[in-house]
Design a protein around this ligand. Structure first.
Ligand SMILES: O=P(O)(O)OC[C@@]1(O)O[C@H](CO)[C@@H](O)[C@@H]1O
Length: 391
């Protein structure tokens, strides 16, 4: 998938989503002239310039100039594969805002450490946690207290799934879609069945999270339920090592969400305290892998990460970008089986995702016909969702 063709989803990300994002970034934090100029220059470069490698002393240079280099330097930004170029865009954005070090030779602000590690997206992510939507998500847990384990699992899976609609990058240019619709692929029965057998397969579950705020809250409530119910004896929550794709969760976002949950009244507050204790005891672990911010699909994952997924009774991937990276960022026929495209994955794997990009697999032919006939941009408008599982 490339982004040079007008009218495509990828083209719009560069030409509509990113300019709006830069505007918001400059409004959200008081970056000085040098950073504002760096942001303007980066936006201009991505629209009409070529990809240049990071200086060798820059943060992450050993990855981008090493195992993640796929020979795209020298190409126009929109001529390189969409997945690769957009991931590199977020690395360069971290540099322009001063979050990351861009190397000694990269201009007047390179030696200035004042903004190092300051998450440029934090204002957006923080705002989410004070909204009434989060209050509703937390209060909803009270209604599940009497439910059977499978019913709770089902409800919390759906909460985590639809939470993926709250993706701040997507919402920059999209209207928030209304109401939950029937899933376009629904492997919930198989997923619940798999979760009933995790214990006999070691009991370790990996949840590869996506966005902070309104997505992370239901993800953490799901994690609490999996641990409380014995569906998971240990759980690793993978988040990004760096700010990425606007609202992707980093460790500080997990801690903020956890504090928000623990401060809630009722069942949510109690779940928050149990999650806190689970972290202290090591039953819940927050993990960050460099590869989570890689511009590559998961079939290229490094050996250590492969071994980690192989040791899990189940790995659950959240969100659209993780889905693209899991199944391959291609124009698949949407009826291509999920099991086929994830055959390389070293253990049982599930995907929970709202549809916000062109990639789709694992749909049945009748569903595709109905979606195509609906006249809506079903692949990209965020109004549809799916759950896939491969044992
Ligand atoms: O992974 P998420 O948060 O569900 O969605 C990420 C996203 O907003 O950004 C990418 C394009 O910029 C697409 O994969 C999708 O539209």
């Amino acid at each position: 998938m490339v982004s040079s063709e007008p009218g495509t989803f990828a083209y719009d990300v560069w030409h509509k989503r990113h300019p709006a994002l830069f505007q918001r970034l400059k409004e959200a934090l008081p970056y000085g002239p040098a950073r504002r100029d760096a942001l303007d220059a980066l936006l201009e470069e991505t629209l009409s310039g070529t990809l240049t490698p990071l200086p060798s002393d820059a943060d992450e240079a050993s990855l981008w100039n090493g195992p993640w280099d796929r020979g795209h330097y020298g190409k126009g930004w929109t001529e390189a594969p969409f997945l690769w170029a957009e991931s590199y865009f977020y690395r360069r954005l971290r540099g322009a805002t001063g979050y990351a070090y861009d190397g000694a030779g990269s201009g007047g602000t390179a030696g200035d450490r004042a903004w190092r590690g300051v998450d440029p997206f934090a204002p957006f992510k923080e705002a989410e946690l004070v909204g009434s939507a989060v209050e509703g998500q937390l209060a909803a847990l009270d209604t599940l207290e009497e439910a059977l384990v499978d019913e709770r699992t089902d409800a919390l899976l759906l909460g985590a799934l639809w939470g993926n609609r709250a993706d701040l990058g997507f919402l920059i240019t999209a209207a928030e879609s209304e109401g939950d619709r029937p899933l376009v692929a629904d492997d919930r029965d198989a997923l619940r069945a798999l979760l009933r057998t995790t214990e006999e397969r070691g009991g370790h579950v990996v949840l590869v999270a996506d966005n902070a705020g309104r997505e992370l809250i239901p993800d953490l409530l799901l994690a609490a339920h999996l641990l409380d119910s014995g569906r998971a004896s240990t759980l690793a929550l993978h988040v990004k090592p760096h700010p990425y794709y606007v609202s992707d969760a980093v460790t500080s976002d997990v801690l903020a969400a956890l504090r928000r949950i623990a401060a809630a009244p009722g069942a949510a507050g109690r779940a928050g305290h149990r999650l806190w204790a689970a972290l202290e005891e090591g039953r819940l672990e927050i993990r960050t892998a460099a590869f989570s911010c890689a511009p590559l699909t998961y079939d290229a994952m490094p050996e250590a990460l492969r071994a980690e997924f192989a040791s899990a009774a189940l790995t659950v991937f959240k969100g659209d970008l993780n889905y693209r990276r899991l199944v391959g960022d291609r124009h698949w026929a949407p009826t291509t089986p999920f099991a086929d495209v994830t055959a390389y994955f070293p253990g049982p794997v599930a995907a929970l995702r709202t549809l916000k990009s062109d990639v789709a697999v694992g749909l049945d032919a009748a569903t595709v016909t109905a979606l195509d006939g609906s006249g809506e941009a079903w692949r990209t408008n965020g109004a549809h969702a799916l759950i896939h599982v491969r044992d």
